[in-house]
Ligand binder design. Structure first.
Ligand code: KIV
Length: 262
């Protein structure tokens, strides 16, 4: 069993310290991430983009997530393995229970679901059965068509208030972590201050409890470098070195800087 636990992550927040997370999709990179001491390894459905070459995460299946989760888990000894539940795999409570079980049996220690209020019953049902849940609010890529594109969310005050209320609902339903993606830095700060559970930001400013990025972005091998990310390979002598610098900069607060925020 991996050594990083939910309690460890909550203690880091309670001590007003930070932790780092990065995506991984295979054994080799997972081993390097683990060696770098990165606290949470996310088997993201972003594999639809960076591994499979799709324009969105929508084509990714539960079987594909399970395959990549198993490969990543074999490379990990201490990081917490968090796996994305793919598009429509949690659209009903019974589907969520069945598909989350597949990912947990493949090696995940927690599953991540995109959405707010409509997921309250699902989060409760999963967590009551011993499956830890990470929420995901803000820009939720599985809803890209409904959102009319990959856009910053929560810019208007009513949208920010709704997101804050939904975050609280997810926490109350039993979520142990929350990812918040592409929101104004001020909202990232409010979310982290309001919730007791750790809030992991991506494009959510410097004041969330942790940061997550896509591996290919920090290694400079994505077709497009998002504004909220940083290429760590430029200043590194190896991939291992780049991963270590990323974690150090998150823990020290050097990353993200103002230019990475909205
Ligand atoms: O799939 C993924 O990589 C993610 C991150 C962008 C948070 O969900």
């Amino acid at each position: 069993m991996n050594t990083m636990t939910i309690d460890n992550l909550k203690s880091i927040k309670a001590d007003r310290k930070k932790f780092a997370s990065i995506t991984a999709y295979d054994f080799s990179f997972a081993s390097l991430i683990d060696n770098a001491g990165i606290e949470v390894t996310l088997v993201g459905d972003s594999l639809g983009n960076v591994i499979q070459g799709h324009g969105t995460t929508l084509p990714v299946s539960v079987d594909e997530m399970a395959y990549h989760t198993a490969n990543v888990a074999r490379g990990i000894t201490s990081s917490l393995v968090l796996s994305d539940m793919p598009f429509m795999s949690y659209s009903t409570v019974p589907a969520a229970l069945e598909n989350a079980a597949v990912l947990m049996q493949a090696g995940a220690q927690m599953v991540k679901l995109e959405g707010g209020e409509w997921l309250v019953e699902t989060v409760y049902s999963l967590t009551q059965r011993g499956i830890p849940v990470c929420g995901h609010l803000g820009l939720t890529p599985q809803s890209v068509h409904k959102l009319s594109g990959f856009k910053v969310q929560g810019k208007e005050s009513n949208a920010a208030e709704k997101m804050l209320a939904e975050a609280k609902m997810l926490e109350d339903a039993g979520a142990d972590l929350l990812v918040v993606e592409c929101v104004p830095s001020s909202l990232g700060k409010t979310l982290a201050e309001t919730l007791e559970i750790p809030v992991i930001g991506i494009g959510a400013g410097p004041d969330t409890d942790a940061q997550v990025l896509v591996l290919q972005d920090i290694l400079g091998i994505s077709s497009r470098q998002p504004k909220f990310s940083k290429n760590y390979i430029e200043q590194a002598s190896s991939i291992q070195d780049a991963l270590t610098s990323y974690r150090q900069e998150v823990l020290s607060g050097a990353f993200p800087s103002k230019e990475h925020g909205f």
